[in-house]
Design a protein. Structure first.
Length: 394
């Protein structure tokens, strides 16, 4: 679907609809009159098939305790196999409410208080939050940056795993916020180290459908034809792909039967969330008939990415590579002192963004900007940002 047609059919005004992105800025930024380019959801309606499926289910009128439709797994498994070559078995599959909730549950399942859990910073800040609030030791491996291209540091990671006795690695793949889609070779090297060090990998693959400049995504489940499956747990959700975060439906994929048994026992102890009926109804329809919709969204993201690069080309700020995700990493340090960055973005540019320091110390001076919105919003954001840069003084 062409970008223009996608906007005409699916763009929606979310202001005054209790949207965190639009109506919840005051707590975070002290001002609700900013242009919101922060929270990782979109200004687009879900695929038409998903809306129709929800309407049909709602007309039934009863929302009592329910079990998943067997067709859900088929729709999801077909989507994964046909698009990425990822083979799944239904017995591996569990539901959760959200990926972050499942990360927390798995950290509790697989580690004890005081155990070490590794992340690669800068990274999605709930990763650190989950580790610390569960009273685990946070072990940080810094991604290596060359210009705006980031890579892992496997030698340093192995060293830290060894001396800190790391039990679990939280892997973000594709990586939020730096936009990398890890190659199979990079993943194989990492997974090999984790196996040698007896480190279980929990891979958050929630952005895997959002390939912008990358040609291929490889799931941790597929690396070297599934060689490392016994040592990995994969998490994802239709929430980023199809804008369904509020429907509270995510996936926990555990190939290893012993790890699956431990997870099931702990979830039973917690009486934890197992997803939602309406979330499953909407997602099944989207997996069955949402491919054209996703193509339209990706065309919007690519158009918006080109706009940002063009508008900022004459400025000293550095725009990140966007292999995947719809979240653009921008280095503001060449122009704006990191100590003044929040005031600059909020008071001068009047744009709400995620600030890089939220993602770890190495992100200080960067911003993360959400491009999964209308081209009009991105053009307005660039108008405000370039005007602020033109008049900025230390």
């Amino acid at each position: 679907m062409k970008a223009k047609d996608f906007v005409e059919q699916f763009a929606v005004d979310r202001k005054n609809t209790h949207a965190v992105k639009w109506d919840g800025m005051t707590e975070k930024f002290g001002n609700n009159d900013l242009l919101p380019m922060w929270v990782a959801d979109t200004e687009f309606k879900v695929p038409t098939a998903a809306t129709s499926a929800l309407e049909q289910r709602i007309q039934h009128g009863a929302y009592g305790y329910s079990i998943p439709d067997d067709g859900y797994f088929k729709a999801y498994a077909d989507w994964q196999r046909e698009r990425y070559g990822t083979e799944l078995h239904q017995e591996w599959f569990r539901f959760g409410g959200s990926v972050v909730e499942s990360i927390s549950t798995l950290v509790q399942t697989l580690t004890m208080p005081g155990d070490a859990v590794m992340v690669m910073e800068p990274v999605y800040y709930p990763f650190m939050d989950v580790v610390e609030k569960n009273n685990r030791q946070l072990v940080v491996s810094e991604l290596q940056r060359n210009g705006m291209h980031y890579t892992m540091d496997p030698i340093a990671m192995q060293h830290e795993m060894n001396i800190r006795n790391v039990k679990v690695l939280l892997l973000c793949s594709p990586h939020n916020p730096v936009g990398r889609v890890w190659s199979e070779e990079e993943l194989a090297q990492l997974l090999d180290i984790c196996r040698m060090q007896n480190v279980i990998v929990i891979a958050d693959e929630i952005h895997h459908d959002l390939l912008v400049e990358a040609d291929k995504f490889t799931s941790v489940l597929s690396v070297q034809d599934g060689f490392y499956r016994d040592n990995v747990i994969m998490l994802d959700s239709p929430s980023k792909t199809f804008n369904m975060a509020a429907l509270q439906n995510s996936h926990v994929i555990i190939p290893n039967p012993q790890l699956r048994e431990r997870y099931d026992a702990y979830v039973a102890q917690l009486h934890a969330s197992k997803g939602s009926l309406l979330g499953q109804v909407a997602a099944q329809a989207a997996y069955e008939d949402g491919a054209d919709w996703l193509d339209g969204l990706l065309n919007i993201i690519r158009e918006n990415y080109a706009t940002v690069k063009d508008e900022l080309a004459d400025y000293r700020v550095k725009v990140g590579e966007l292999e995947g995700t719809y979240l653009l990493w921008i280095d503001m340090r060449p122009t704006v002192d990191p100590a003044n960055l929040e005031r600059f973005m909020i008071r001068q540019a009047q744009i709400a963004v995620d600030f890089g320091k939220w993602f770890g110390a190495s992100g200080d001076g960067f911003i993360r900007m959400n491009l999964a919105t209308t081209p009009a919003n991105v053009k307005q954001a660039m108008k405000q940002l370039t005007a602020a840069l033109d008049t900025y003084e230390e």
